[in-house]
Design a protein around this ligand. Structure first.
Ligand SMILES: [Zn+2]
Length: 199
């Protein structure tokens, strides 16, 4: 996961980039020891001007030449194992909570109730940690309304990273799909901080 990377920049900054990737290996810590290791296709639903758009992304895998582990580079909009991107979830929920009283999802959005409930559940599950992360970066002073929190996430994509930094979890990722970071699965190697910001 590269939190500095948007899916709009993915082709230019990742797929068409043939220099040396400035990432450190989340497994062994080696820096800039990468070789390209193929791509796979991944769908992502994003929202633009109120419209849902299905994007097909080619995701690049990198192989660490020091430890032989592979890592996929995911843009910050992706929620692992979920087709809806962070922007859709925040936009739909902000609309849902906007008037204080939850209302039906916008008919035109094409989002089902089942999907909406899934968004709500992911949001409420992350709420406590999210509020703490937002306070750490001084975006909100308590108490924030659910709407104000969602609005902040919409306006500040860096919140995704701050949430990860303070919880070691990906925002809106379902608990069912989130093995513990130290669970011994290869899941943990898919996540790394925005190493473009390496000191
Ligand atoms: Zn490595």
């Amino acid at each position: 996961m590269d939190f500095s990377l948007s899916c709009k920049d993915y082709n230019e900054k990742i797929l068409e980039f043939h220099g040396i990737f400035n990432y450190s290996c989340p497994h062994c810590g080696s820096i800039r020891r990468w070789s390209r290791h193929g791509t796979y296709d991944r769908y992502l639903i994003i929202i633009e001007s109120g419209l849902l758009i299905l994007e097909s992304l080619h995701i690049l895998r990198l192989l660490c030449k020091s430890c032989d582990h592979t890592h996929a580079i995911l843009p910050r909009e992706c929620v692992p194992y979920f087709i809806y991107g962070v922007s859709v979830i925040t936009e739909i929920l902000a609309d849902y909570y906007a008037e204080g009283t939850p209302k039906k999802p916008a008919q035109h959005s094409g989002i089902s109730w089942q999907c909406l409930y899934s968004f709500i559940s992911r949001f409420l599950m992350s709420l406590h940690s999210l509020e703490m992360a937002l306070r750490e970066i001084s975006y909100i002073k308590p108490p924030g309304t659910l709407y104000s929190i969602l609005k902040l996430i919409k306006e500040h994509p860096d919140v995704y990273y701050h949430y990860f930094k303070s919880t070691k979890k990906i925002l809106f990722m379902s608990r069912a799909n989130a093995p513990p970071i130290h669970g011994g699965t290869d899941w943990k190697w898919r996540i790394h901080p925005p190493t473009r910001h390496l000191k």
